[in-house]
Structures are given as structure tokens and as C-alpha cells.
Design a protein around this ligand. Structure first.
Ligand code: HEM
Length: 146
């Protein structure tokens, strides 16, 4: 159960990252190039939200199952335990909150340039957090645990 969930979680990361990259690229182009906020942008932001929340659910499941998530006196002193028990969940939830806010708050903005700007800034920051957190895991950026 743990490994199956880990493989899913590890794979969904690519869906999140690809959707984010496309969204950041399109919103930068829309913001600086004055493009409208079209159906593709709308669909992309829903897709990214679904992927991020799927990742959250899988992550919460893993949090309950992982041998690297421990609440003991030595957790904070041990690099691997600290990363998976505290740092990973904290950084990733922050990134998922930003992705969610990018969708909710951009919907309330009327002007296309404003929508693109909001999506660009929030998703770029979320992307930086995710990239940083994966780097910090020590498993390599494209690493999958087998
Ligand atoms: C966009 C959000 C997230 C991304 C991109 C992400 C990415 C990853 C990656 C790349 C791994 C390593 C997979 C492997 O070794 O094959 C991992 C493992 C894990 N993640 Fe996440 N994660 C995210 C969100 C979360 C959240 C929100 C939680 C907790 C609620 C979480 C909990 C875990 C746990 C417990 C592990 C397994 C640690 C172990 O191997 O023992 N993740 N995640």
C-alpha cells in the first residue's frame, strides 16, 4: 500500500510540474503580450488545481504510512526524518495553497492582464517552492523510489 501510493505520488509530481510550467508560460505571455484569458487558460488552471489536490490527498495518505514520518524526540535532529515529517509537508502545502489561491483570486479579477499577472506570480512562487522542496529531499529531482 505504501509503495503503490509512493509511486502514484511520485508520478503525479510530473503532471503538477508540467501543468505549472505551461500555466506560467501562458500567463507570462498573456500578461506581457496582452492576450485574452481564454478557455485554454481556464481549463489549465482547473487541471492544475485537480492535480495539486490529488497530490495533497496522496501526500496525506503517505504521511500516515511512511516510515520516515515519525514523531519522536530525535525527529528534528535527524535530517531525513525532519525533512519528511516537517519540511516536505509544510513547503508542499504552502505551494498547494498558492496554486489554489491563484485559481480562486484570479477568477474574481475582470481584466485579462490582471488574471494573467495573478496566475503568473502565484504559480511561479509555488513552482519555486516545489522545486526547492524536491531538491531538498536528497532523492534527486527526477528520482523515483523503487
Ligand atoms: C505539489 C505537491 C507535492 C509534490 C510535488 C511532492 C513530491 C514528492 C516526491 C518527489 C516524493 C518522493 C517520491 C519518491 O521517492 O519516489 C514525495 C514523497 C512523499 N511526500 Fe510528497 N509531494 C507533494 C505534496 C505532499 C504533501 C502535501 C504531503 C503530506 C501531506 C506529502 C508527503 C509525502 C510523503 C510522506 C512522502 C514519502 C516519504 C517516504 O518515502 O517515506 N507530499 N513527494
Amino acid at each position: 500500500m505504501f509503495y503503490l501510493t509512493l509511486i502514484f505520488h511520485s508520478t503525479v509530481r510530473y503532471f503538477v510540474l508540467i501543468a505549472m510550467l505551461i500555466s506560467i508560460f501562458r500567463s507570462a505571455r498573456g500578461w506581457f503580450g496582452g492576450a485574452e484569458f481564454g478557455k485554454t487558460d481556464e481549463k489549465l488552471s482547473v487541471w492544475l488545481l485537480i492535480m495539486a489536490h490529488t497530490q495533497l490527498i496522496l501526500g496525506l495518505l503517505l504521511y500516515a504510512l511512511s516510515p520516515n514520518v515519525q514523531f519522536s524526540a530525535s525527529t528534528m535532529g535527524e535530517k531525513v526524518l525532519r525533512y519528511w515529517t516537517v519540511e516536505h509537508i509544510f513547503t508542499m502545502i504552502l505551494a498547494i495553497v498558492l496554486i489554489t489561491l491563484s485559481r480562486i483570486t484570479s477568477k474574481k479579477i475582470a481584466a485579462a492582464a490582471g488574471k494573467h499577472k495573478r496566475v503568473f506570480l502565484y504559480n511561479t512562487f509555488a513552482m519555486l517552492l516545489i522545486v526547492m522542496a524536491i531538491q531538498m529531499s536528497g532523492r534527486g529531482f527526477f528520482g523515483i523510489t523503487m
